[in-house]
Design a protein around this ligand. Sequence first.
Ligand code: UD1
Length: 442
Amino acid sequence: MDMFCIEGGVPLNGTVRVGGSKNASLPILAASLAIQGEVIVRQVPQLQDIVTMSQLLQSMGAIVETREDGSISVDPSQVKSSVAPYELVRQMRASVCVLGPLLARFGEARVSLPGGCNIGHRPIDLHLRGLAALGADIRLESGYVVAEASKLRGAEVDLSGPNGPTVTGTCNVMVAAALATGRTVLRSAAQEPEVEDFARFLNAAGANISGAGTSIVEIHGVRALHEVCHSVIPDRIEAATLALAAAITRGDVTIQNAPTTHMTSVLNALSLIGVPHDITQDAIHIRAGSILRPMELTAEPYPGLPTDCQAQFMALLATVLGESQITDAVFPERFMHVAELVRMGARIRVQDNSAIISGVAQLSAAPVMASDLRASAALVLAALAAEGRTEIRRVYHLDRGYHAFEQKLNQLGAKVQRVRDETMAAVPRPHLEFSRDRVPNT
Ligand code: UD1
């Protein structure tokens, strides 16, 4: 296992480029199962989650090739199996995105339930409710969701849940409806840019979907989806994390290939905190001064502030004098990073689904442990600002969602070293196996 050693206190300076979106790529790759013909997806980031999705597709018989230009081709013509096994699904929750495509293509799917997750309780009842509304017969068998439908029929589907709409659930139901007979209307659909990109991909393959990116999506079913080539959108969460890295080190950084129109809530929050920035069409120039303001923020479904940036904002606000508050309305228990930030001198307490942050003048280095993908990003940010040398263990969480993150930060002047963690290597294997069972899947 790798760990990061970070020498903090260096203001970041320079230019960095954002890669393709992980959360756009995953459902698109999964949906290739429903397509008759070759699928080429461009700008796919080189991440562990993408490898896991490729393995899942290959386990079903798809031919997956990663090309030198960063694109991935999927030939689903030889797919024989409609089973997504526990071994792969437990490594990555987004594996559930194969449910809709498999059902649409084979009339059946057997997908393991994802199980526990470090960012809170994450059911898939809305995915199932949506597919059932299209006529699927759904049951649970030995930890697996078994979905069957001799024919999917268009329907009115309401995807609202107690914490808002579901992103991957909207994608699952959208692809099934794209191949159903007749008209489907999705109400309370997730409006995330990744959902809109997903619909753009399906439409390029011959689907008839309108309204994606709003809460009401209309889908007229077609007989088949054909070969397609699609470039995914840039990753707004990576762009936001880099912006927050610039802010927390009070740096001067230009972030290129940033999907600025998808980042309004993040950029507004930065303005309110007092982080000046200029925006051009696809670049953000952050020039953070030393005096920032405490703030009350709430993570919400898009177009609200993304829950996937909540931990990184918390790291920033931990360095801003005064009292801030962050509430997570999407994953109310997503505060695993708080205890580790506290180890670095942050003053944060959790109250219900909020964290109250009393900013300190200086964070200090400490050995810390990453607990999930975005939590690990928050720890990296805190370490960049802290005095001294921070060791962050279990950075495999970070690698699931950020490609060559330490290289991008070092290019901006940071001092981040990736080293082999001999301590963790010495941990007896059964413990490691246990901890991997709890790998969260954002
Ligand atoms: C996606 C993102 C993840 C992000 C999350 C919220 C991908 C691959 N992952 O995850 O990075 O943090 O959106 O923006 O795109 N819920 C239910 N029932 C369901 C499904 C969800 O109650 O059937 C709840 C969840 O527990 C959560 C909320 O709805 O409280 C939103 O979850 P959802 O949008 O489904 O998250 P994912 O699609 O899994």
